[in-house]
Design a protein around this ligand. Structure first.
Ligand SMILES: CC(=O)N[C@H]1[C@@H](OP(=O)(O)OP(=O)(O)OC[C@H]2O[C@@H](n3ccc(=O)[nH]c3=O)[C@H](O)[C@@H]2O)O[C@H](CO)[C@@H](O)[C@@H]1O[C@H](C)C(=O)N[C@@H](C)C(=O)N[C@H](CCC(=O)O)C(=O)O
Ligand SMILES: Nc1ncnc2c1ncn2[C@@H]1O[C@H](COP(=O)(O)OP(=O)(O)OP(=O)(O)O)[C@@H](O)[C@H]1O
Ligand SMILES: N[C@H](CCC[C@H](N)C(=O)O)C(=O)O
Ligand SMILES: [Mg+2]
Length: 487
């Protein structure tokens, strides 16, 4: 329970109607969750305007309503707070309500199109092995030290973020690694948080359905760095042409990491195999179990972050050499019959290209690369033909299939993907709507020595059709099918 005047600290308030000494029991932005004594923040959403539910929340017992415009009829006993920006107000209110937990631990935000989950999760694993209590907010799961919670978003809403951070503080967590998505920044879910550091991985085609253009998407990412405090670090990937752009207006300490470009932290790939990478990490050689040059870059970001947070470099490299891949990120096994199966979450053109290039770099040349891939429904349509082109251009054989069609017609999605296939690659492609059948066909086509890539869903354990999620796990499916086929 908190006094309204305390939780409004730092919020840009236009006017208050009622007493700021009112006690608040919970902070809600979903009318359905309001209870006696709640503070309800009305947000203008994509689907509906939360202001429509103000009356309903008062019936449910809301003590305070925070909104961008006051309702015509004000009810006695309810306090109304008018703000310019409800999203920003919600974020600051949530931080205050949970007693600013981000200031009581070291919070590191990771942003960029690809690599966020990998860097956040491996950092969580590494810092734990180094003896710290650690928190994780990621696409795959939320961890409060050893306790796991289900993740609903890559970056949760600001109330959930602060609630988890408070739990972490209560559990004695020293460091928290969190993914910061562009939706999260745009909807101000991370405003009011005090970050000890920010990491930028890369920027490529994604979410252009939500952000109107690539430059808008890029500018949203930059806001995160613009908001970092002076004592924080801003670590960017020098190999990405947008890396320096992110640093333009930040007050934080500026640092770079790079595989190809001059940077403060450097890595060189000495060997690249299916069994792992031999790296020269800022001057020291190490073997790691992770695969692919993009993972060399991810590991360098982790090494640099550890260094900036004061960990011992030698110990970090020792632990790094033991790290396993994150679920659904280049997760691989060799079947009894000698087929290398790889499950990867590549669901953007850039990620798919990276994964296929990695496979092509490692293979000796005689094996076939068979790819099973689809694109999600109700998501950026323009990435579909690009992924169709990349998959068919870089594989020996491709099977296009469904990946969470959501409310779209799956056949239509596949047709969008097929539009990107160039005529010389037509003969390489097949389309099979049912994902299980597609994987089965991929397994049947694969011969000893071949490489089978199942891309797009990674760690996901479901297939979503019209709001219904049914169980589906790419990794389990490929394992079972290859076993059944005795391959
Ligand atoms: C496009 C988008 O980001 N949508 C998010 C947004 O929903 P919205 O704007 O559609 O909300 P709305 O339904 O219009 O409602 C507006 C307001 O009215 C309230 N409301 C609504 C109905 C009601 O009965 N009562 C009520 O009070 C809502 O709580 C909300 O405050 O605000 C909601 C509440 O915070 C989010 O759950 C929702 O995420 C949806 C589920 C989503 O799918 N988001 C994805 C796209 C997303 O955020 N992805 C990113 C990154 C992914 C990546 O990088 O790959 C992520 O961080 O996860
Ligand atoms: N540094 C990188 N550069 C390019 N591609 C990468 C990089 N790291 C990982 N990938 C590829 O992108 C896929 C997704 O990786 P990861 O889950 O770490 O990204 P993310 O940024 O968390 O994605 P999301 O936006 O879904 O949260 C991986 O399966 C891999 O194919
Ligand atoms: N966080 C991403 C994941 C996409 C994964 C892919 N399997 C899909 O469903 O499109 C999103 O919701 O856009
Ligand atoms: Mg992620």
């Amino acid at each position: 329970m908190q006094k309204l005047k305390d939780i409004l600290y730092g919020v840009a308030v236009n006017k208050v109607n009622g007493s700021v000494d009112t006690e608040v029991f919970s902070v809600e932005f979903d009318s359905k969750k309001v209870q006696q004594g709640s503070l309800f923040v009305a947000q203008k959403g994509v689907q509906v305007d939360g202001h429509k539910f103000i009356g309903k929340t008062i019936e449910l017992g809301a003590a305070v309503v925070v909104c961008e415009h006051l309702p015509e009829n004000l009810i006695n006993d309810v306090v109304y707070v008018e703000v310019n920006d409800s999203n920003s107000a919600l974020a600051i209110i949530a931080s205050n309500f949970y007693e600013n937990p981000s200031r009581k631990l070291k919070l590191i935000g990771i942003t960029g199109t690809n690599g966020k989950t990998t860097i956040a999760t491996l950092s969580y694993n590494l810092f734990r092995k180094a003896g710290y209590k650690v928190g994780l907010l990621s696409t795959v799961k939320v961890m409060v030290d050893e306790t796991e919670y289900v993740a609903t978003h890559t970056t949760p809403d600001s109330v959930s973020i602060n609630r988890y951070l408070q739990l972490m503080v209560q559990s004695g967590v020293d460091y928290c690694f969190m993914e910061v998505s562009s939706h999260g920044i745009h909807q101000k879910r991370t405003e009011g948080l005090e970050f000890a550091g920010g990491v930028f991985t890369n920027l490529s085609h994604d979410h252009l359905d939500y952000h109107n253009s690539f430059s808008e998407y890029r500018d949203v990412k930059k806001v995160f760095f613009d908001q970092l405090p002076k004592g924080a670090f801003a670590l960017v990937n020098a190999d990405d042409k947008n890396g320096n752009f992110m640093l333009q207006n930040t007050r934080a300490k500026k640092l770079t990491y790079g595989l190809k470009t001059m940077a403060d932290y450097k890595v060189r790939i000495l060997e690249n195999q299916f069994s792992g990478l031999l790296l020269n990490m800022n001057g020291t050689e190490i073997w790691v179990k992770l695969i692919g040059s993009f993972n060399a870059s991810n590991l360098l970001a982790i090494y640099a972050t550890s260094d900036l947070l004061g960990l011992d470099g030698f110990e970090v490299l020792q632990i790094m050499s033991q790290l396993d891949s994150v679920d659904g990120r280049f997760q691989q096994f060799m079947s009894n019959g000698g087929v290398t199966a790889i499950v990867d979450y590549a669901h953007t053109p850039d990620a798919l290209k990276n994964v296929l290039n990695t496979i092509n770099d490692i293979r000796t040349g005689n094996e076939n690369v068979i790819t099973v891939v689809g694109c999600g429904g109700d998501r950026d349509k323009t990435k579909r033909p690009k992924m169709g082109h990349i998959a068919s251009h870089l594989s020996s054989q491709v099977i296009f299939t469904s990946d969470n069609p959501r409310t779209e017609n799956p056949q239509g999605i596949i047709e969008d993907i097929e539009k990107g296939v160039e005529p010389q690659n037509y003969r390489k492609t097949l389309s099979i709507l049912d994902r299980e059948q597609a994987i089965k066909t991929g397994c049947k086509l694969a011969k000893k020595g071949d490489i089978l890539l199942v891309a797009g869903k990674g760690h996901e354990t479901y297939q979503e059709v019209n709001g219904v999620r049914s169980e589906f796990d790419d990794y389990k499916k490929v394992r079972t099918i290859l076993k059944e086929l005795q391959k």
